[in-house]
Design a protein around this ligand. Structure first.
Ligand code: PLP
Length: 277
């Protein structure tokens, strides 16, 4: 696999990141995962804007957009990938061994891999740990994903394909790598950013698609018992797109529900017609 590290394109086996990189030592960094369709990273502008917001939140500097795009295109073409998962990672760079960041420039890594298709439906497993909706990095896409690793493994051990996090006040929040939607009394509903969820690019696009189709939407707190009473549930992410949920713990759901199916079709249409919505 070819990767770009600080603008140098080379084999991942030969690429070098310092063992003192602050991303590696303490998880100090931000990232984006984009879906590439037919050679073009989908929703590039929205992802780069979020990368810049996340970086600003951590006080990190991100190279300019044009440069990042050149590196992304370079990596995609070196790996001969038309449909891919593209990842941009920006870390604190080589640093002292503690929480204090060094004064070196950030490390910028661009990598891509083939896409592995998701199952047509998935099961969510509620995990026993809360998302902190009031943390210092809440809402930022930082690389500190050990909690997500743990939660996804917990879900997988119980037959789930994604975890379900509630937050410190017990409201529904999100998954480890996906946002959550429910159809409640005919209204497409998703938790607000104040719930502690990541402001997902696919989440925003789904809300926009629904509104354009005349489907009532609501961004509002959801209690777990309301979620279990929903007529349809699905999760969204750049790689999962709109994935129907067929079960949450012991509660089964018809999947895909009619609204989910309609939105998934509209999302595919958006991908076909509008590469950078
Ligand atoms: C924690 C978390 N929530 C939600 C999402 C979905 O975001 P997006 O639709 O921008 O991919 C992700 C994406 O990986 C994520 O990591």
């Amino acid at each position: 696999m070819f990767v770009s590290v600080d603008g140098k394109l080379g084999s991942d086996e030969l690429a070098r990141v310092s063992p003192l990189d602050h991303g590696l030592l303490v998880g100090d960094g931000v990232f984006e995962t984009l879906r590439v369709y037919d050679g073009t990273p989908f929703a590039w502008r929205r992802h780069i804007e979020r990368l810049e917001r996340s970086a600003e939140g951590l006080g990190l500097h991100v190279p300019d957009r044009r440069l990042l795009r050149e590196r992304a295109d370079e990596v995609l073409s070196a790996n001969d990938l038309a449909d891919a998962r593209l990842r941009i990672t920006v870390t604190g760079g080589p640093s002292p061994l503690g929480s204090e960041r060094g004064d070196t420039p950030p490390t910028v890594i661009v990598a891509a891999s083939p896409v592995t298709p998701w199952p047509p439906t998935t099961m969510l497993v509620t995990v026993p740990w809360p998302r902190n909706e009031r943390g210092a990095v809440t809402g930022l896409k930082t690389i500190s994903y050990a909690e997500n690793v743990r939660a996804l493994a917990y879900a997988a051990e119980r037959g789930g394909g994604e975890a379900l996090f509630t937050n410190t006040v017990g409201d529904v929040c999100e998954g480890t790598g996906a946002n959550i939607f429910a159809v409640l009394d005919g209204t497409l509903t998703t938790p607000p950013e104040e719930s502690g969820c990541l402001p997902g690019v696919t989440r925003a696009l789904t809300l926009e698609i629904a509104a354009a189709a005349g489907i009532p939407t609501s961004v509002v707190r959801i209690r777990p018992e309301e979620l279990l009473g929903a007529s349809e549930v699905f999760v969204t992410s750049s790689t999962r797109e709109i994935q129907p949920v067929d079960r949450i713990d012991d509660t089964p759901f018809g999947a895909p529900g009619p609204l989910t199916e309609r939105l998934a079709e509209a999302f595919s249409e958006l991908v076909r017609t509008t590469p950078d919505p």
